[in-house]
Design a protein around this ligand. Structure first.
Ligand SMILES: [Cu+2]
Length: 436
């Protein structure tokens, strides 16, 4: 473990102050890492904790604290600023060659549409998070740094990782604390369209908007052999209840203030956060009356979630992200990888073409289907192949038209276009329509 003492916070008060800065006012003191994931050196960037010298480490340097089951680290002083946590369960740097990525959690303001922005949890300040492009069998190391005041994890959805790398809080790891860097190591397998998302406070964190694509390429991809293609596109389907997101972020800020107060008074206890070593302990606490569960108090964190904005790759129609524009030429196959990064069910319909549904959940289908509408359940990924045989401008959209709206106004939301690049003089070209 690699501790940098300068990076610890100076006081509980400073901790509360930084919570305010990060959430309430957006006055982040940290820089966003702009670069997409790439092979990058694991250099430390401690700028968000400057001037915090002289702090006592909450855990002795070098002392492993992730060894036990349900280790309750959450309660051990709470402060893990600057910690660099290496869980067990994967080969060391000496054993295999790792390709290293750095990623961070950050609250960022995001523009869905001109005139419509909202604050959300993000990876690297962007919605969606950066796309990983790796080769099957490659060893991957991801240093995930938490630059927010809330807990997070990363779950590698559909990737067969060792369980200690699975990113499920209190089942496979303690949540990543504010200021902590957690290192995920695993081999990229199996090949296919996969994704990653936060698994802490999932209804809020995953949907708005801690998710991103994790594409594992293979040298002998049967889909590429059957449908030779040069270009592929990734579409992450998203839905947002921006009011829910605002309410939850504000509630979180309030909760952090309370934690800081209790911590200052030395009254922070596991039950404050509903943490128990096992089910029997929880049961006893309820039976004795020492603990009133949140669902009885009516304080369950997942309140009404009614998405009012929908999108693809962080944008709502007519603001189409360039990555979502399906460019095609006559006689060309393109591959479209669709990932449902939210909680809704979407039925993507392509005009003017019969595409081939070739993979489900990243895995090639033995019997591909010719379709023009494909349903994508929450948590699933779908790969389709489109052949360019009908030049024009074609919409590709959720056929649940309630999701093709912006705040209830049609058209909008989950709509993109497939565009033939080689049309000499199209007789009609798209314009922008905001209300119909
Ligand atoms: Cu999270």
């Amino acid at each position: 473990m690699n501790w940098n003492r300068r990076e610890f916070l100076q006081s509980v008060g400073a901790f509360a102050g930084s919570a305010l800065a990060a959430i309430g006012l957006g006055a982040h003191t940290v820089r966003a890492t702009e670069r997409a994931p790439e092979q990058a050196p694991a250099e430390h960037e401690g700028h968000d904790m400057e001037g915090m010298e002289g702090m006592e480490a909450p855990v002795e340097p070098g002392q492993p604290y992730l060894g036990g089951h349900g280790s309750m680290m959450f309660m051990r002083g709470h402060n893990l600023m600057g910690a660099y946590t290496e869980p067990t369960g994967a080969p060391s740097d000496d054993d295999v060659d790792y390709r290293t990525f750095r990623i961070h959690f950050e609250i960022a303001e995001h523009e869905l549409l001109p005139g419509m922005t909202f604050k959300a949890f993000t990876f690297n300040g962007k919605i969606p998070g950066p796309e990983f492009r790796v080769k099957e069998g490659e060893w991957i190391k991801v240093e995930a740094t938490n630059r927010t005041e809330e807990m997070h994890t990363i779950h590698w959805h559909g990737v067969d990782v060792p369980y200690t790398m699975d990113g499920v809080p209190m089942i496979t790891q303690d949540p990543i604390h504010p200021g902590e860097t957690f290192v995920y190591r695993f081999q990229a397998k199996p090949a296919g369209t996969r994704f990653y998302h936060c698994h802490w406070g999932t209804p809020l964190h995953m949907s708005s908007a801690l998710h991103g694509a994790f594409i594992i390429d293979s040298d002998d991809d049967p889909i590429r052999q059957d449908y030779p293609y040069e270009r592929d596109y990734t579409l992450i389907l998203e839905s947002w209840d921006v009011d829910f997101t605002r309410r939850e972020l504000n509630a979180l800020l309030k909760g952090m203030k309370q934690v800081n107060r209790l911590m200052a008074q030395g009254r922070l206890s596991p039950a404050t956060h509903g943490f128990f070593r096992n089910f029997a302990e929880f049961e006893r606490a309820v039976d004795s009356g020492d603990y009133i569960p949140p669902y009885v108090r009516g304080a369950a964190p997942f309140r009404r979630w009614q998405p009012n904005f929908f999108g693809i790759n962080g944008k709502s129609y007519p603001a189409v992200d360039p990555r979502s524009l399906l460019k095609i030429k006559e006689g060309e196959w393109i591959r479209v990888r669709i990932i449902n990064g939210g909680m809704g069910l979407h039925h993507m319909h392509l005009h003017g073409h019969q595409f081939v549904h070739v993979a489900q959940d990243g895995n090639p289908l033995e019997h591909p289907l010719r379709l023009n509408t494909v349903s994508i359940l929450p948590g699933t990924t779908v790969d389709i192949m489109i052949f360019g045989d009908n030049p024009g401008f074609w919409t590709f959209h959720d056929h649940n038209t309630l999701n093709a709206q912006n705040n209830g106004i049609y058209p909008g939301g989950m709509i993109t276009l497939m565009v033939y690049e080689d049309m000499a003089s199209p007789p009609y070209v798209p314009s922008v329509s905001l209300i119909q």
